[in-house]
Design a protein around this ligand. Structure first.
Ligand code: FAD
Length: 390
């Protein structure tokens, strides 16, 4: 049986970072990278922000074929079906087994979807892979009325893109806030205002979402406020760590694959990184830069280092309806908040023990990197004002 020194499952940013870390340590060991998508690993964050313009297959590719060749990385397009921890093997549906010395599981999330739902596949899309988004773009040739379920960041971004395409859009969520994971009520209200002004019909606080066939091949959303017909429904209902193969392998999982602070799983030769990993404090990060950092630490530690992951306050940023938002959401244990407004810019700076620990900001996107630095380095308010004056 073929033996690889390192096998990385998952063609996302955490997988790529792990490979870069491995190659920093050793230029010659054998590295096999496995993705079950249909293209070179790409910048996932870009796909739903570019629905209106559409995109070429490898438009957001993170690396190219030369990079793989120059770094001696074998990229295999296949789906790993199982992990056998006793014999250190991964298994495939049609390709048999491969043996690893160390394994990095970087398989991200899976979309929650709409559950049991009468709407057929051709009228229903997830928004997780580039292929999903290409299907949404293609649907635009025929469809006019779109229903987006879920007003988290991916849902609002997707709805805003569909509106840009001139579509009729209904955005529905069971919460009364939008982007609830990242924004407080005040900033959520800013987004709600611009969503409504864009012409999107926004239905919030909808407790039950049901679908009904209203004619041959025609469907409607049925809620307590009435019925709304649509051509296409997009499920932006959130994501959950993709733990099934790890769980079946007997690797300890909770909501995500449980890792220690070095990103090692309960199986000592196996590391997990990115959206699939659940950290000792129960955190699952769900953000690009956090996944990038974790992949790097997992790669280093798989190489025998002993790096401890520190989870810095990674930010969410998004631009919707011409407005920019940046958020490291306060946890509720801050000592005070300083609100500052100048022109279109507004920012709420949260302070704990004299240091900036959280920030909600609107329309100061050009300085997003410095805001991120302020949070990472926990500046005090004086330094914050000196470096990022309003
Ligand atoms: C539409 C969208 C927009 C986003 N926008 C932002 C944003 O603006 N800012 C931000 O910070 N974050 C954003 N995120 C989140 C961010 O993309 C993720 O945090 C990040 O991609 C996680 O990287 P990862 O490597 O952990 O996993 P993923 O990017 O999920 O990659 C995992 C890969 O593993 C593959 N895989 C899974 N199972 C198997 C298997 N059994 N065999 C082989 N391959 C497998 C998957 O197909 C996938 O290619 C967005 C996410 C989505 C879906």
């Amino acid at each position: 049986m073929i033996l690889k020194d390192y096998i990385i499952i998952g063609g996302g940013i955490s997988g790529l970072s792990a490979i870069k870390a491995i190659r920093e340590e050793d230029k010659d060991c054998s590295v096999l990278w496995i993705t079950d998508e249909d293209r070179l690993p790409y910048k996932r964050t870009q796909i739903n922000k570019n629905i209106a313009s559409g995109f070429e297959k490898d438009a957001f590719a993170l690396i190219d074929h030369d990079w793989l060749v120059n770094n001696h990385i074998e990229l295999l397009y296949d789906h790993v079906q199982g992990i056998l921890t006793d014999s250190s093997e991964v298994s495939f549906a049609h390709r048999g087994h491969l043996k690893y010395k160390k394994l990095i599981v970087a398989i991200g999330n899976k979309p929650k979807g709409l559950g049991d739902c009468i709407v057929p596949e051709e009228n229903k899309f997830d928004v997780y892979t580039a292929r999903h988004v290409e299907n949404i773009v293609r649907s635009g040739k025929k469809a006019q009325r779109y229903l987006v379920v879920g007003a988290g960041v991916e849902g609002v971004e997707t709805a805003s893109q569909l509106k840009k395409m001139g579509k009729d859009v209904v955005l529905v969520d069971r919460n009364k806030q939008v982007l609830k994971r990242y924004l407080n009520k005040k900033y959520s209200d800013f987004v709600i205002k611009s969503t409504k002004e864009s012409g999107i019909e926004l239905l919030l606080g909808v407790k039950e979402i049901n679908f009904e066939e209203v004619g041959e091949g025609r469907y409607a959303l049925v809620t307590e406020v009435g019925k709304m017909e649509f051509d296409v429904v997009i499920a932006a209902t959130g994501y959950e760590p993709n733990i099934s193969i790890a769980k079946e392998a007997g690797i300890a999982c909770n909501r995500g694959i449980l890792v220690n602070e070095c990103l090692q799983t309960s199986s000592p030769d196996i590391y997990a990184a990115g959206d699939v990993a659940e950290h000792p404090d129960g955190i699952i990060t769900g953000l690009w830069h956090a996944a990038e950092k974790q992949g790097y630490v997992a790669g280093k530690n798989a190489m025998g280092r002993n790096e401890v992951l520190t989870l810095k306050p990674f930010r969410m940023k998004t631009e919707v309806f011409g407005e920019f938002y940046f958020a490291v959401k306060p946890k509720g244990c801050e000592d005070r908040v300083v609100t500052e407004v100048k022109g279109p810019i507004e920012r709420d700076i949260y302070i704990k023990d004299g240091k900036v620990c959280a920030l909600l900001m609107k329309n100061d996107g050009d300085r997003a990197k410095i805001y991120q630095q302020a949070l990472m380095e926990q500046w005090d308010l004086d330094k914050f004002h000196q470096e990022i004056p309003l």
